[in-house]
Ligand binder design. Sequence first.
Ligand code: ATP
Ligand code: MG
Length: 258
Amino acid sequence: MSQPLVEYKDVHKSFDDVEVLNGINLTVTPGEKLALIGPSGSGKTTIIRMLMTLEKPTSGIINVDGTPLWHKEVNGELVPADEKHLRQVRGNIGMVFQHFNLFPHMTILKNCTSAPINVLGVSKEEAEQRAKEMLTKVGLGDKLDSYPAQLSGGQQQRVAIARAVVMRPKVMLFDEVTSALDPETVGEVLEVIKDIAKEGEMAMILVTHEMDFARDVADRIVFLEGGKIAEQGPPQQILEDPESDRLQSFLERFRSTL
Ligand SMILES: Nc1ncnc2c1ncn2[C@@H]1O[C@H](COP(=O)(O)OP(=O)(O)OP(=O)(O)O)[C@@H](O)[C@H]1O
Ligand SMILES: [Mg+2]
């Protein structure tokens, strides 16, 4: 097996005195697509926000491509990382949120070129080429000069995906990216994610309530409950032959609300 791209080692997270993640051990290999499912409040968002450096673990280690994210090695010891180190390691990671937060005063094209130019130092020509290619891939090649407010929610979310992918992260995080959308635009966004997933190189962690989508896109499904990984395995096994009572009742509850 190749070296893990992402590795959580006994990661705990508390807010105030309440422990919301208690001992997460999880690895993602390069290119692997992992779906994270579980009840509301089980800690799914917190797990990926720690990888995006938006929340700091209370204890434990998170490695990205063999490098500790929240720590720095000094004389063989791990000490808390500084902002520069965090930024550097975070360069491997991209995220798409439930609310897409595009820059409202920039065209769609500019939304997708500004970070490659300003953060990666890519030339304007190269950034525009990458952005046009990605925007075409997500079906928005004819909207380059439009502004976010002129687009539907589904179109804006596709821009947000393109904007993250042009940074060429090694791992992309998706946090329920269709849950704020009108039902009729959910499918187009899921299709775009599936297409990008099929290309293979990028690893993905997808928090989702869309079980059919999880089955299609994921190599592995991880079921989180009460801040712990309760069960994980290939989609077919998790969705059709769940072992634990907890997962069985989660899936049943879930189906009954569809
Ligand atoms: N900033 C915060 N301050 C205090 N508590 C928090 C904070 N963020 C999350 N929590 C708590 O941590 C727990 C896990 O939250 P998290 O958002 O990770 O769950 P989730 O699985 O993503 O849920 P959902 O499916 O509703 O999005 C919840 O009990 C939540 O209330
Ligand atoms: Mg969440």
